[in-house]
Design a protein. Structure first.
Length: 109
């Protein structure tokens, strides 16, 4: 009976651990300026200037394993932001390129 009492909590813990990994949140961030974002944006995405990226991301997403997709007009500012996040210890960083490419990758028209 003691073994059953130990197995169930262990299985619950393992299931919870693996389910959190398999359903990890993908975060899409527009690193363009506020003015650019106001003219054209993807509803629901964050807008964080590439120059403030580490401070803002640390506050909102302290888990360094969160998966981030960053985009701007050409991918240049995304590269700068990704470098800063990489230096801050974040692991799952992707340059989605331009806002148009970010839409295409997600099947958004």
């Amino acid at each position: 009976m003691k073994i059953k009492a130990l197995i169930l909590p262990a299985l619950l813990m393992i299931t919870t651990l693996f389910s959190s990994f398999s359903f990890a949140e993908k975060v899409w961030i527009d690193v363009r300026t506020l003015v650019e974002n106001q003219k054209d944006n993807i509803k629901g995405d964050l807008r964080i200037s590439h120059s403030n990226i580490v401070r803002e991301v640390r506050t909102l997403y302290p888990d360094i394993n969160t998966e981030f997709y960053l985009y701007d007009n050409t991918g240049g500012r995304s590269d700068i932001a990704i470098s800063a996040l990489d230096q801050a210890g974040y692991k799952n960083l992707h340059n989605a390129g331009s806002i148009e490419e970010a839409r295409e990758q997600r099947g958004i028209k």
